[in-house]
Design a protein around this ligand. Structure first.
Ligand code: MBD
Ligand code: FE
Length: 316
């Protein structure tokens, strides 16, 4: 067998794989696994010393060379793999720990489908929102979270709430372009948890028209919508996502928040959230979504709290 730059490779000895596969209880046979693992014949002349710590020679594809920079997956995935390997070396990770980590990942295969997107969102979604902001000038974007629904009802000045138990909240502001001109016809989606911390639309007894709505913005760009204050919320934590938080010494709480999505032809879609100053969980959000421009100190209007929230859209 030859590697693509001409290095000859030999198959990995079976005894090493045997001990790994039996501990993993992976439903592959070792012959299949062996096809994926190989090592370069040690006598081959093209040798590079790569692992200074051991002094061992290793011949392997150099992930920093021969990269086709136009191929996003090649560039990004190679770097991702390199970063993980650096962490393994840095922390002297043992076989036991490695096998435990693989065993943990296998739990996702048996868990409900939402666990994988939940873990990804929890760890990386906020970073992608931050990256987006380096390319835009308008309002700060933030996590979408798992509870957006296209089918939210169209609203005028009120979001339907299940009861009037919760504290009233008025959300008002303007939707404009970068120059401050109103964006007439923009669709402003608003959704948030109820006073108990639950989202509507995810079970038969909780219809989608509660705690969410789509407001069509008029010629002045202004809107004012009445609803109730959302409660702080825990992300689902009885599966692997929660276990992972536990490994990191983290709790599953999110601060109370309101979600927004603004769509208008000719503009980049804006997805963001608003948080409330003084919330207990602001600086330990389990999904690390809080950004300072999104934390608002609500005012008071009559019997309601008042959240002022403007949306500035970037051109597409
Ligand atoms: C949520 O309600 C949420 O907003 C995010 C970002 C992740 C999980 C649950
Ligand atoms: Fe949310």
């Amino acid at each position: 067998m030859f590697f693509r730059d001409g290095h000859e490779v030999a198959e990995m000895p079976e005894f090493q794989l045997g001990s790994l596969t039996s501990r993993w209880a992976i439903p592959f046979r070792s012959s299949q696994l062996r096809k994926q693992y190989w090592k370069i014949a040690p006598a081959f002349p093209k040798v590079e010393v790569r692992y200074a710590a051991t002094g061992h020679q290793a011949l392997a594809p150099d992930l920093s060379e021969e990269t086709d920079m136009s191929n996003r997956s090649e560039v990004v995935i190679r770097d991702l793999v390199k970063s993980v390997r650096e962490v393994l070396r840095h922390h002297d990770v043992t076989f036991e720990e490695y096998r435990a980590a693989v065993g943990f990942l296998m739990k996702y295969a048996k868990a409900p489908e939402f666990e994988i997107p939940l873990t990804c969102d929890m760890l990386f979604n906020a970073t992608v929102a931050d990256i987006e902001m380096t390319h835009r000038k308008g309002s700060v974007s933030n996590l979408e979270g798992p509870y957006f629904l296209e089918s939210a009802p169209t609203i005028t000045d009120r979001i339907k709430t299940r009861d009037e138990q919760g504290e009233a909240l008025i959300i008002e502001g303007r939707v404009t372009d970068l120059s401050g001109k109103p964006v007439e016809g923009a669709q402003l989606y608003i959704w948030h948890a109820d006073p108990q911390g639950y989202y509507s639309g995810y079970s038969d007894d909780y219809p989608v028209d509660l705690y969410r709505g789509k407001k069509i913005i008029g010629p002045t760009g202004e809107f004012s919508v009445r609803t109730t204050m959302p409660a702080p919320y825990t992300i689902p934590h009885d599966g692997p996502s929660g276990e992972l938080l536990g490994f990191m010494g983290r709790h599953p709480w999110r601060p109370a928040h309101v979600h927004f999505k603004v769509r208008a032809p000719g503009f980049i879609e804006l997805t963001t959230q608003a948080y409330f100053a003084g919330d207990k969980w602001l600086d330990s959000d389990s999904v690390e979504g809080v950004r300072s421009p999104l934390v608002h100190a609500p005012g008071i209007r009559g019997d309601a709290k008042l959240l002022k929230k403007d949306f500035v859209l970037d051109p597409a």
